[in-house]
Write a protein that binds this ligand. Structure first.
Ligand SMILES: [Zn+2]
Length: 416
């Protein structure tokens, strides 16, 4: 079952939902918030006691053997007919054209077979069949929807602060063992950061890791790049100065979901990394200053990035510092002080309140209560830190840093 789950997980689409702010000094940062469409094991086999199509109602009512009841709108049932004419099973995708769907459709005839299958004949004599278990999973009750969403999005989060017990896993196990790969991804999803140990101290290991779960996303800095001190640096990461907590590439419409950094060579002094849980800090801000939180979740901030590297690039973008979902829950942090534009497209009177709100958030990120500091060790074989949740930021070693191979990749965002 583990192998099946891992195969499902590794072979399926995962898209980033959110990000955490990670501040890191040079080592590894990776963040992502993914969602995995996996197997559903929590549902008991479902038997149907009775099915009926109430007159004058555009729905089908199913009574289950356990005494519960589910209602399914006819338009949804017709829309989701699983027959080969309406659904392409090889692609698990709908063939039925939306323009051919009648939103006022009602069932002409409904039959139940062996308490396991519902058949519906539509007014045009088209017939649809639905397995009981398929229907049960898609019940529209609040409880059933919540269970399905939990399966689909693995919503468990573990917020952390300076007391973080950094999750560690052997790199080789991830590469060769499905169960370990599955555990790694689940931990990454839950914690936002995982340290992989024992990778060979050479370039190419991150490519191997990226291909293990998807593909690496190309950026203006090439498929991969080296973080090291460079003359005429085209990125503040290529200097020896300290970086403040940041997430990468907020200028992009789709910022990286996961970033891999590989410490191939560590500096003797300096080289520490700092990471911070941006969601945790965002929740703290929401509690202690709702107005500041409201400003950071609603103000569109201009970002810019111009330079020459893998190619010439000149990009403008807008992001809110804290992205929230439909429930108001933080799902991504978009903060990079280096690429925040001098252009700021808000009224003058709103500027200072914005700065004050951002300062309060920044203070939370930098508090000793929240930030976690560590130093990667190449050791004999090297380290690959993986920060899943989201965002990364920060820091920089005060001396010429290690020379980590940095991957900005969204191997899990394969929805594209
Ligand atoms: Zn059909």
């Amino acid at each position: 079952m583990w192998r099946l789950a891992a195969r499902v997980l590794l072979g399926t689409k995962v898209h980033p939902l959110t990000q955490r702010l990670l501040a890191g000094a040079a080592n590894l940062q990776c963040c992502w918030w993914g969602t995995v469409r996996g197997t559903h094991t929590g549902y008991m086999s479902a038997g149907i006691w009775k099915v009926e199509a109430p007159d004058a109602e555009h729905l089908i009512r199913v009574q289950w053997e356990d005494g519960s009841e589910s209602c399914y709108p006819c338009v949804w049932l017709r829309d989701n007919c699983q027959c080969p004419h309406c659904f392409l099973h090889s692609a698990k995708a709908r063939k039925l054209l939306f323009e051919d769907l009648d939103v006022d459709i009602v069932a002409k005839k409904v039959t139940l077979t062996d308490r396991k299958k519902v058949s519906i004949t539509w007014p045009d004599e088209h017939t649809s069949e639905y397995e009981a278990e398929w229907l049960k999973k898609r019940c529209f009750s609040e409880a059933a929807r919540a269970e399905m969403q939990e399966d689909l999005f693995l919503p468990e989060h573990q917020y952390w602060g300076s007391d973080l017990q950094l999750p560690k896993m052997p790199f080789e196990e991830i590469i060769y063992d499905d169960e370990s790969a599955y555990k790694w991804l689940c931990t990454l999803k839950k914690m936002g950061v995982v340290l992989l140990t024992g990778a060979a101290a050479r370039q190419g290991e991150l490519v191997k890791l990226g291909h293990r779960i998807g593909f690496l996303r190309l950026t203006f800095y090439g498929p991969t790049w080296q973080v090291q001190d460079k003359a005429d640096a085209n990125n503040v990461a290529y200097t020896t100065g300290k970086l403040c907590f940041h997430t990468d590439y907020p200028v992009l419409q789709h910022p990286p979901g996961v970033q891999f950094l590989h410490c191939i060579k560590q500096t003797a002094t300096g080289g520490e990394s700092e990471i911070v849980d941006g969601f945790h800090a965002a929740n703290k801000l929401k509690h202690q200053n709702p107005q500041a939180y409201q400003i950071l979740t609603s103000t569109a901030v201009d970002y810019t990035d111009v330079g020459v590297d893998y190619c010439d690039f000149a990009v403008q973008g807008k992001q809110r510092i804290i992205d929230v979902d439909y429930r108001g829950q933080a799902i991504r942090i978009n903060f990079n002080n280096a690429t925040r534009d001098t252009v700021f497209d808000i009224p003058a009177e709103e500027v200072r309140p914005f700065y004050a709100a951002l300062k309060e958030f920044s203070d939370l990120l930098n508090s000793t209560e929240h930030k976690f500091t560590y130093k990667l060790k190449p050791e004999a074989k090297g380290h690959v830190p993986v920060l899943p949740h989201s965002s990364s930021s920060s820091s920089r070693p005060l001396t010429p840093p290690l020379q980590p191979l940095v991957y900005s990749a969204s191997p899990l965002s394969c929805t594209g």
